[in-house]
Design a protein around this ligand. Structure first.
Ligand code: MN3
Length: 205
């Protein structure tokens, strides 16, 4: 089995004006595609037992992946998994606040939604260099918010990612240049809370 680039669930311009069509086109068609291609190339030299695993499973077991391909799987497998989630948790009809059990869990953890939002945005703003900000389900089914460097994935930390924000410059530079906080503020308008709530329901089972 080789990994493949998933289709975007909407067209390139769907997230305008918050995320511009050209950024989406390059981000999906060039950046994400390169992660998939390089992951497949690495796995070809790693032996058949690694080729048949879903990318999340590879990341969960990253310590067991043969040393010769481990860094490539971490970087490109992480890049593939992170972006595959990223496209899913955004929508043309996004924004607002979560409902249901996810809303309750956020309130129980951060007090209310605005406090969570500020904590997440600060986490994303303060990530030095390239990386991601995350809302995850950690051990004990607890919600956590933290950031990772490069393409490191929460699956590598034994956590289940629900919501991820790409803060690599390639995610925002065309429209926002160095204004990362402006990109983060705009991004809340496209978050697909329905999808995030579904992921929470699965992870918290
Ligand atoms: Mn990216």
């Amino acid at each position: 089995m080789s990994h493949r680039l998933p289709d975007l669930p909407y067209d390139f311009g769907a997230l305008e004006p918050h995320i511009d069509a050209r950024t989406m086109e390059v981000h999906h068609g060039k950046h994400h595609k390169a992660y998939v291609d390089k992951l497949n190339a690495a796995l070809e030299s790693g032996g058949p037992q690694w080729q048949d695993k879903p990318v999340e499973a590879l990341l969960k077991e990253i310590g067991a992946v043969p040393e010769g391909i481990r860094t490539a799987v971490r970087n490109h497998g992480g890049g593939h998994a992170n972006h595959a989630l990223f496209w899913q948790i955004m929508s043309k009809h996004g924004g607002g606040e979560p409902g249901g059990p996810l809303a309750d869990a956020i309130k129980a953890t951060w007090g209310d939604f605005p406090h969570f939002q500020k904590f997440f945005a600060d986490t994303a703003t303060n990530r030095f260099g390239s990386g991601w900000a995350w809302l995850v389900v950690a051990s004990g089914k607890k919600l956590e918010c933290y950031s990772t460097a490069n393409q490191d994935s929460p699956w590598m930390d034994g956590k289940v990612p629900l919501l991820g924000l790409d803060v690599w410059e390639h995610a925002y530079y065309l429209k926002y240049q160095s204004r990362r906080p402006e990109y983060i503020t705009a991004w809340w308008h496209v978050v697909n809370w329905q999808k995030v709530g579904e992921l929470y329901a699965q992870a918290a089972k």
